[in-house]
Design a protein around this ligand. Structure first.
Ligand code: ATP
Ligand code: MN
Length: 317
């Protein structure tokens, strides 16, 4: 195992937590965290000067990384070079990541043995200024998904929002998953147009909560059980649906105590097939359109393009 340098360095000043606390948490969480990272190309966010300073995203694995860190190479068109994503599969890898001041683990929504197929649909609830609790929005999304025959799982992001996730079979590419996620998001927004939007551009949201569909089988998402660079040392925390109430307070789930909880994701729904869902969505008059300009041109991981805007609903088409 690596020796931790500067264990007393304070990374979360407001919470009084150090680099040693980070290391201890991550290794205590290993049984839950490692399955979230296994076989997934990893981006991480490092905070060498603590969470009150700026951190930085790291996609490329440094040459000096130890053998415990695996590498998965992919050509990144956006950067015009090859990126060696890290793979973390054991406690040794987690320990080294802590030594590097890695606070946030952002795995891809795909596994490397089938890199062209995502294994989850993601709805990322990003609150606006209006007073609609993210938990309520998550329940609205769940309601629509259930009508379509899907059962989602849910977690806090560790930030302000909530992530609603449907595990899916690895049969579908981005050309289906992006438009399908947008179409489902639209169905939710149609029911609550004053509170919700699918508009990605912030200045177009008018304070409404964004149901972010653009991760429709693409890019990364903060891992369940990953710490966040939040002043309170929050953790992205799996919830059971009966915890998803309007008064849900994501800052209750913090590094020093979150592992005392049971793991609501210990049992997961069987990965879903989507053929019937696609038909059900189209039966409701929503056409599947790929709104992402990068949709067909870039890989799942190469997502540094412009922020897409949501296209107008295709009227009756
Ligand atoms: P919050 O609840 O505060 O929105 P979040 O984790 O959902 O927290 P978002 O900004 O909504 O944060 O982004 C969703 C996901 O997209 C993140 O979890 C992260 O994995 C990925 N992401 C966002 N910004 C970047 C970035 N600059 N580089 C790499 N990945 C990013
Ligand atoms: Mn979010």
């Amino acid at each position: 195992m690596v020796t931790l340098s500067s264990p007393d360095k304070v990374l979360w000043p407001a919470a009084g937590l150090t680099k040693q606390d980070l290391y201890d948490y991550v290794l205590d969480a290993a049984d839950r965290l490692l399955p979230q990272l296994a076989d997934r190309p990893l981006s991480v966010k490092r905070f060498p000067r603590g969470v009150e300073a700026t951190g930085f995203f790291v996609k490329d694995t440094p040459d000096h990384a130890p053998p415990a860190i695996g590498r998965w190479r992919e050509w990144a068109h956006s950067a015009d070079r090859e990126v060696a994503y890290s793979l973390v599969s054991d406690r040794e890898g987690l320990a080294w990541m802590s030594q590097q001041n890695t606070i946030e683990f952002h795995p891809a929504l795909l596994r490397i043995d089938r890199p062209d197929r995502a294994d989850q649909l993601v709805f990322d609830v990003d609150p606006g200024q209006r007073e609609v609790p993210p938990a309520r929005v998550a329940r609205w999304i769940r309601g629509v998904l259930q009508e379509l025959g899907l059962e989602p799982i849910v977690k806090t992001s560790g930030g302000r929002g909530v992530h609603v996730i449907v595990p899916i079979e690895r049969r579908y590419g981005p050309d289906l998953l992006r438009p399908l996620t947008l179409a489902i998001a639209r169905l939710v927004v149609e029911q609550h147009p004053d509170e919700l939007t699918v508009e990605m551009r912030k200045d177009q949201r008018g304070g409404r909560t964004l149901v972010d569909w653009s991760r429709g089988g693409s890019s990364t998402l903060i891992a369940a059980w990953s710490p966040r660079a939040h002043p309170a040392a929050t953790v992205a925390t799996p919830l059971s649906w009966d915890e998803v109430t309007d008064d849900l307070d994501p800052t209750r789930f913090v590094m020093p105590s979150v592992l005392e909880r049971d793991d609501p994701w210990a049992e997961q729904p069987r990965p879903a097939r989507l053929e019937r869902v696609v038909r059900a969505v189209e039966d409701r008059g929503v056409t599947l359109v790929d709104a992402s300009p990068r949709g067909r041109t870039s890989s799942y991981l190469d997502q540094d393009g412009a922020v897409p805007s949501a296209p107008a609903a295709a009227d009756g088409a």
